[in-house]
Write a protein that binds this ligand. Structure first.
Ligand code: URA
Length: 246
């Protein structure tokens, strides 16, 4: 049987406003279903089969959406926060925005971390990317304060113990520039709280700048300035095992 959904839920999910705003819009004849003005926003429709038009523009149904954001510093990786701007606010995906309202970030970056953050409403794909059991590489670029021990790469490759006794899975360290203020790339496959920072702290160094470069097959699009975002391409979605009709 075809899956039905309430008209107001469908339009709210597609970012067209709250249920009360949609009721008002319907009263004014701004919503058409299969070519006819529809006043009852609690009626059921079949997404992808019934044609819904809002303010003269057809509303395409997409089950899942996928975006990449170049997360700037100062923004929290959450869907809502009473004090700080969230990554979802940046996409304009909240109730006031015009993107669908069920997007969430795949994992977290710290408030002061920049770089690749994927946002989606595809929970299965998010779970696959985040589960350490799936060994998905996450690559970070960092600037570090303090001299790295000679054996830093070997220590990380062996799977290290953090200062509080937590064990982490092996990581791959590439030193781009050594000395007092090294620049590095670190590849890890899990996402424990402040993991990269804590791995360097365990070597008596401090991360002073951190940016995520890639997550599995998806690499941050360097044309995106901090705060900018774009949809993932069909190819990127396929590589992640997501659903796309492109
Ligand atoms: N590791 C950290 O320490 N911070 C992040 O934001 C991501 C990984």
């Amino acid at each position: 049987m075809e899956k039905t959904v309430r008209l107001d839920k469908f339009l709210a999910d597609m970012g067209k406003g709250s249920r009360s705003q949609l009721r008002e819009a319907a009263k004014k004849g701004r919503i058409l279903v299969n070519g006819e003005p529809e006043k009852k926003t609690d009626r059921k429709i079949v997404p992808g089969t019934d044609q819904v038009v809002f303010d003269g523009i057809p509303v395409c149904y997409r089950k899942y959406e996928y975006y990449m954001l170049n997360k700037p510093q100062g923004v929290v990786s959450a869907t809502e926060d009473s004090r700080c701007t969230t990554v979802v606010d940046l996409l304009g995906a909240g109730p006031e925005g015009d993107l669908r309202r069920d997007l969430f970030p795949v994992g977290r970056l710290d408030k002061d971390t920049e770089g690749l953050l994927i946002l989606t409403n595809d929970g299965d794909m998010a779970h696959r990317l985040l589960s350490p059991r799936n060994h998905v590489d996450k690559v970070y670029y960092a600037r570090v304060s303090g001299r790295l021990p000679e054996d830093a790469a070997a220590v990380m490759a062996a799977g290290m113990t953090l200062q509080d006794g937590t064990r982490v899975l092996p990581g791959k360290l590439k030193v781009l520039e050594g000395g007092e203020n090294p620049r590095i790339l670190l590849t890890i496959q899990e996402g424990k709280f402040h993991q990269v920072k804590r791995m360097f702290e365990a070597l008596a160094c401090q991360v002073v700048y951190l940016k995520r470069i890639s997550m599995g097959p998806v690499v941050l699009d360097e044309s995106l300035k901090p705060g900018e975002y774009r949809r993932l391409t069909g190819e990127e979605i396929r590589l992640l095992g997501g659903e796309t009709d492109e």
